[in-house]
Design a protein. Structure first.
Length: 310
């Protein structure tokens, strides 16, 4: 792992594979770190012939923290959102997309395939719109356009989203908290083995725990608003992947995202929730590989057809 000084902050990153190969930039989700990408997913991309760059978003992992700007009160922010009041954010998703672009420049990479999950999908969408010449393709996984009126999380998922991990918890308490979160938002048809979940959570807890950073990222998501106009401007090949059983970002959000992007391909995975279970890594790699190689056919049915069914 290494550090890069970008936009006046430090971004921690790790690169895997041959730098002479086409680059893939991976954008992780809310509060998660570069080690949250399943090793099998990263290794699979490398084996497919890609140079894979993972990084910690600002306020996560080993990248710069914004504690000097204070910790938001999430339930108050949520109530303000319901009331239509404007939120004051420490930064926006646009700032985070600029970090991603800055990292590519730091590494001397002119363009890359951009892949993001959840919040990382939102950052990736903005990246593709703002930096079209740096974008070979876009893959948005379990994400949303942010368009008003889209369905929100289930009650259980909302409680997990708006709660904070124990600030003074022991290592075991933190691991248990994270494991419970994954159990709430995970894939009903593809439950992750307990040992796999605990190993994943242990890796994250031992590296860094920063709940205030995740809170600021969440406010940044809400404050950044609707991306529909940006999505309609995209000209790069785009793949949208979403689980039909996602309790945090419902499938309608993925359908809407694909509907906003001209010529996009939508893949709905039955039984998938808001995670990357090991049982689906091979399928995800096959989909994304075909997409990045330009071998994926047009969506049948189209995103618009799904919207009409709703």
């Amino acid at each position: 792992m290494a550090d890069a000084n970008i936009n006046g902050i430090t971004i921690s990153y790790e690169a895997s594979g041959n730098p002479a190969k086409p680059a893939v930039l991976l954008n992780m989700g809310l509060g998660l770190q570069l080690v949250s990408w399943p090793p099998a997913f990263v290794d699979g991309l490398v084996e497919m012939g890609y140079y894979v760059i993972r990084y910690d978003n600002r306020d996560a992992g080993l990248s710069s923290k914004f504690d000097h700007l204070g910790a938001p009160r999430l339930w108050l922010a949520y109530l303000k959102t319901l009331a239509g009041l404007k939120l004051k954010a420490a930064y926006t998703l646009h700032d985070m997309a600029a970090d991603a672009c800055g990292l590519l420049s730091y590494l001397g990479i002119p363009h890359a395939h951009i892949i993001g999950v959840s919040m990382g999908g939102m950052v990736s969408q903005i990246f593709a719109a703002r930096y079209p010449k740096r974008t070979l393709s876009l893959t948005s996984i379990m994400s949303s356009s942010g368009r008003p009126g889209l369905p929100g999380p289930t009650a259980a998922a909302r409680r997990v989203l708006l709660s904070s991990s124990p600030p003074a918890g022991t290592r075991e308490q933190l691991i248990e908290y994270m494991a419970n979160t994954f159990n709430v938002i995970g894939s009903p048809a593809y439950p992750m083995p307990e040992a796999y979940v605990r190993e994943m959570c242990s890796r994250a807890v031992d590296r860094n725990v920063h709940p205030d950073g995740a809170s600021r990222q969440l406010v940044a998501i809400v404050a950044s608003g609707d991306r529909s106009k940006l999505l309609r401007s995209l000209q790069c090949p785009a793949l949208v992947i979403h689980g039909t059983e996602d309790p945090l970002v419902p499938a309608a959000c993925g359908i809407d995202t694909a509907a906003q992007i001209p010529g996009s391909r939508l893949e709905l995975i039955e039984g998938m929730g808001h995670d990357l279970p090991p049982q689906l890594i091979g399928r995800l790699l096959a989909l994304i590989g075909s997409h990045m190689e330009g071998k994926m056919a047009a969506t049948q049915p189209s995103p618009a057809d799904y919207l009409e069914q709703d």
